[in-house]
Design a protein around this ligand. Structure first.
Ligand code: TZP
Ligand code: MG
Length: 223
């Protein structure tokens, strides 16, 4: 990837909010939180609808379209988690997949012209993601999280040094247990962005939480 593109994407991934209706009290609450987070300055939104209480079918398309339009109005990157058909149906900016979400080469082929993010938990997975043409890598869980019941063991912020020392040059987005308290050290360790669910969805004031997170991230990025 060209340097300018790398830097632009690194900037865009800075505050990467992830949510689906199941992270909120209701579909209406989801819409409100997404709107507030966008007003608070999130730079990327990933629509991740999965697990217990996830909405499906037409309701899911409605939520995705709502989020997409809100993102578009504020120039926020809009990514769909693990659903190629939904990504295409709503013409999202990109797709994010995990290690077991299908054949990564086929997925890269099907997402040509879109941003593709791949999750990695280890150096080997990160190298594999890079080799398969990912545009960025989601790294985690960094800290313990109760949002994803099947999450692997936390890897800690040391993984960013390991990935950079091993020559991984793609933008890296940290996920898992991130909050205002530990985001500065995470970005300082080498992450380009912080992906966050509960520190925004469970906040009493998602807009203010997003503002605080963004200013922390930008401050850490300035070094
Ligand atoms: N992948 C790894 S950890 C995680 C995902 C989707 C959950 C992150 O949620 P939170 O609430 O920000 O810890
Ligand atoms: Mg997945």
């Amino acid at each position: 990837m060209q340097n300018s593109t790398h830097n632009e994407l690194s900037q865009k991934l800075s505050l990467y909010f992830v949510a689906g209706t199941m992270n909120c009290e209701s579909p209406d609450a989801f819409k409100k939180i997404v709107a507030e987070a966008i007003n608070g300055g999130i730079t990327t939104f990933q629509y991740r609808e999965k697990g217990e209480n996830a909405v499906t079918g037409q309701k899911q398309v409605e939520m995705a379209m709502y989020a997409k339009e809100m993102c578009k109005a504020k120039d926020v990157l809009f990514i769909v988690n693990d659903d190629l058909e939904l990504m295409k149906a709503v013409d999202a900016d990109g797709l994010h997949v995990g290690q077991s979400d299908g054949n990564l080469d086929t997925i890269r082929e099907e997402t040509k012209g879109k941003i593709l993010g791949i999750s990695a938990h280890t150096l080997a997975e990160a190298k594999d993601a890079e080799a398969r043409g990912a545009d960025y890598i989601g790294v985690g869980p960094i800290f313990a999280t109760s949002t994803k019941p099947d999450a692997e063991e936390p890897v800690g912020t040391g993984i960013f040094h390991e990935l950079r020392n091993s020559g991984i040059s793609l933008p890296l987005v940290a996920i898992g247990g991130l909050s205002v308290e530990n985001t500065f050290e995470t970005i300082s360790a080498g992450a380009d962005g912080a992906a966050i669910i509960s520190a925004i969805t469970l906040s009493e004031d998602p807009k203010q939480a997003s503002q605080k997170l963004l200013s922390t991230i930008l401050q850490a990025k300035r070094g």
